[in-house]
Design a protein around this ligand. Sequence first.
Ligand SMILES: C[S@@+](CC[C@H](N)C(=O)[O-])C[C@H]1O[C@@H](n2cnc3c(N)ncnc32)[C@H](O)[C@@H]1O
Length: 770
Amino acid sequence: MARGKRRRQTKPSSAPDDDRPDVLEKADMWNERFSKYYKAQNIIPEEEWDKFMDRLREPLPTTFRVAGSREIAHSLNSTIETNYVSQLTGATFEGETVPPPAKIPWYPDGLAWQFNVSKKVLRKQPEFRKFHSFLVYETEVGNISRQEAVSMIPPLLLDVEPHHKVIDMCAAPGSKTAQLLEALHARDTATATSTPPGLLIANDSESKRAHLLIHQSARLPSPAFMVTNLDASIYPIMRLPNSTSTTRGKVKNQLLFDRILCDVPCSGDGTLRKNIGIWKKWQPMDGNGLHGLQIRILQRAMRMLEDDGRIVYSTCSLNPVENEAVIAAALNSNPEFELIDVYDRLQELVRRPGIATWKPTVDRNIDTSFATWADYVASLEGKQPAAKMAETHWPPANAEELGLPKCLRIYPHLQDTGGFFVAVLQKKGTSKASAGTSERKRPADEVADANPENDAKKAKFDGEGEDDATAADVTMLDSSEQTNADGDAAAQPAAPSKSNTTAQPRKVFDTGFRESPYTFLSPDDPAIKQCMEQLFLDPSFPSSNVLVRSPSGETVRSLYLTNDIVHAVVAANDYTRIRLLTCGTKAITRQEASKGIAAQFRILGEGLPVVLPYTRPDTILEADAAALKILLSVYYPLSSSFGEPFRSAVDARETGSHIVRFPASSEINLTHDLLVPLWKSNVSISMMIDKKAKSALSLRLFGEDITVAAREAAQKNRGARGNVPAAAEPAPEVTAEQAEVEPDGEEQTNADDDTIIDDTINDEHSKQNS
Ligand SMILES: C[S@@+](CC[C@H](N)C(=O)[O-])C[C@H]1O[C@@H](n2cnc3c(N)ncnc32)[C@H](O)[C@@H]1O
């Protein structure tokens, strides 16, 4: 049976290559210090210890979440249930039954799944191989998110609503960010993106990882999204313009957040089942060393929270020093906060309560003999304590009063998951999940804190006196110390103003920051007018929220759409100070002039859901399943390849960007209308979505990949295997003129190149502390 198949075993000398990742030397899955440390913490009952350790040595099941808008998610979920689970039920491999995917019992609406098969089964068992291709392609287009089950918990407990201002303090690579973005977009339909009134800022201090967030978010384009690249422990104050401010922070017009996720960097020992290298490397001083940063990030979040807001703190570590000790220290330094009891949430999730006693080790050999910090200091007889030890590593005297059992501890042996810790915090006296901004009077201690004399003692981040982090809370970092991607400190010119833009020139704070400026176009900018005309956009198009990424806005190439609050934040803050990597969604691009066609704007594949609500409905072309099949299987079909009435409708159009609708049809398993951008050249048309999206669509609708890319890949594979190629595939009819616009995205892939089990993008802890 499958569990036995997945158990890691000593590697037999004849093990085939494709089994290697599942096979480990037994000695690699033992760490004396780990066992000694966690036995001392008494977090696992004695009678469960062996089960706990055994489960840690087993590979983690593959888990995924059905993502995207509610409508799309539910229809894809029923495809999984009806098409795949039924086919996979009773599947066998090498004489043994392989269990089909099963729903994760506690995930809302049954939208998360898990399955437990080896790579060998995925590659060689025909039904699983097909399911695997489906998962790879749907992941590529953002309809499925491969994510560890426990990692799905924090966003669920944050209860994000479309009007919330949300920040994900340590967001990369972004699996939780994607969940938060989906919650913000809960009102999206199957075809169109809503424009939520709220905002999500995803932040990560590591530049390369922060760029991953941009890649990830392209899967769910949002006008409400921003990415910043800052140290979360000293996250600067952001302002809102006077007219937009709905908040009453200590600093005038400060942007405060309704929801904050602190999924902090941690030792990651809860991911042992996935990151097996941790068995060798684990040592307790890593957790001791991260404890201070973890506290500072949480304290910073507390200062950025709206009165009735909510913070979720999480780690994938089992170590109380990174968990309860951090919560206790943060609560004691901010007594206006409390833990929320979430025991009534996600009821089928088996969890254990947080603990109020633990024993930090003062060295790597697991010396947990000191009951208190005072005992430890006394033992030093005047010598300096070890650098990594602080009083907050120990349980505080008031640990029992802090309600630490309200935290959630997830252990691998309880429900076949990774290990995880989650705590939910709010300000005292505020309701659990209240929505909107608060009219509650600020507590007296906060009013006292707002005293300018107190502020004078506050540490400064950017020299403007904007940061309200106390010196005790933060490690100071001069902006010049913040590294940019290139480590280069070349000066960036300030964004010059231009008559037709709304951007004002501002001081450049971080001269090492090399991103291009964000310039909002004036609503009557000629480029916007031209774009609205060419793309048949309705006057309701939010032309005041269109930005370009160029110093003065004169080279209008790609147009980004934002919502009002993102516009307000960009307008009121210097983008270099907040190290803004992206904001809004890239929706439209200018197609440079080519033979016979003047430069024109076109809608990007990923931008269509955002632009669609503003497109005049009478300008959308209608087509049928036969036309879709041609558009998927040929790169640049001639209009004469299509049947009527689509053919005449296309012929009647000008060259340029158009939108086509394929109505829902049970004939091809199309549960909702499908809308895609088209490009019409002089003689042909092409569908402007990337190759992977085409393959995903083809698999979903026709049960096979009929795309040119798949045929080419199959031919290449046959060639590589030295087989005589099958009869030549019909070559698409392409001329140089037809090929003037490439469908979005250049990547060409074969489902077999990519393994859902090995999704390194989502391997959130492998590099987090690098
Ligand atoms: C646990 S991972 C986050 C995983 C992410 N939330 C997800 O679900 O995909 C922690 C992240 O914190 C980032 N990080 C480390 N120190 C940081 C700091 N001082 N400020 C902000 N981010 C930090 C790391 O680069 C890493 O990406």
